[in-house]
Design a protein around this ligand. Structure first.
Ligand SMILES: C[S@@+](CC[C@H](N)C(=O)[O-])C[C@H]1O[C@@H](n2cnc3c(N)ncnc32)[C@H](O)[C@@H]1O
Ligand SMILES: [Mg+2]
Length: 263
């Protein structure tokens, strides 16, 4: 697939997929997973700022407020489509892919409630696929075919996450972008993301995260660098449980997001 001289590692962790496929309506205000939706504005802001800073010409100048028009984006592990919908509204052609059957059904149903997104679904500018990245890559036309690949809060839920990063990176065009967000493997992430967020503040369901699956950004950076990417940015994300909002922070010891460009 990526290189014919090596056997690809399995990245699918069925237990994780089943876990995320059983949360009812993630879009609801009372969803136990509403924290992910609350994270969406800062991700969209990050993606737009990073693209503008590194390649202003990618942002289309047009009167329809669709600055991502003309770009092809893959959102891997899209859940019920929080980021996917935003990118579609901004004018991109987006493929949202997730192995959760209920998540993909929820994503399609939610998009069908909005006239613009419904139209995008109808004309194939917004596509949801119940599939793994491995399945997507079985179509050789997908290799190097996306301007932007995003995978947000997924790496800590797959097996062999660095293989998953390599698979994501193989979808990106030369000069294209990859955006990844996940959780660092530190004492701080054990304290904040598991003890505090799951057990004390009950911000996310107990059992959502496993510390051994958290990843140091250096490992992702090194994988991307050996896959011909130049790292453009690595930034921490901090959550305020009182205002229920996220902000950027230089501290990457818990949540972080990164951006790289393929050479
Ligand atoms: C924490 S959720 C993140 C959802 C979305 N990216 C967001 O941030 O709003 C993780 C998602 O990854 C999906 N997932 C986990 N492993 C996957 C895999 N190997 N292939 C596709 N999707 C996967 C799960 O089904 C789940 O929807
Ligand atoms: Mg997570």
């Amino acid at each position: 697939m990526i290189s014919s001289d090596r056997i690809p590692l399995n990245t699918i962790n069925q237990r994780e997929i089943d876990f995320f496929d059983n949360f009812g309506d993630w879009w609801s205000e009372d969803s136990e997973l509403k924290g992910l939706r609350e994270m969406n504005p800062i991700r969209v802001q990050y993606i737009m700022e990073q693209i503008k800073n590194s390649k202003p010409t990618l942002i289309a100048e047009n009167p329809l407020f669709t600055p991502l028009q003309g770009l092809r984006i893959a959102d891997i592990g899209c859940g019920p489509g929080f980021l996917t919908e935003s990118l579609s509204r901004l004018g991109a052609e987006v493929v949202g892919l997730d192995l959760g059957k209920t998540n993909i059904a929820m994503a399609r149903a939610h998009a069908n409630n909005d006239p613009q997104l419904k139209n995008n679904l109808k004309n194939g500018k917004l596509v949801y696929m119940e599939a793994s990245i491995e399945t997507l890559l079985e179509d050789p036309r997908c290799l190097g075919s996306f301007d932007i690949v995003c995978s947000m809060e997924v790496l800590e839920h797959v097996d062999n996450p660095l293989e998953f990063v390599r698979l994501c990176s193989s979808l990106v065009k030369t000069d294209g972008h990859i955006f990844l967000s996940t959780i660092n493997r530190t004492f701080a992430s054990l304290f904040y993301m598991i003890l505090m967020a799951e057990y004390v503040l009950r911000l996310i369901p107990i059992g959502t995260h496993h510390h051994r699956q958290f990843i140091n950004p250096k490992r992702i950076i090194s994988t991307l660098t050996t896959s011909q990417f130049v790292i453009k940015d690595l930034l921490g994300l901090k959550y305020n449980p009182v205002t229920r909002t996220w902000r950027f922070d230089n501290d990457t010891s818990v949540n972080y997001i990164l951006h790289a460009i393929k050479q």
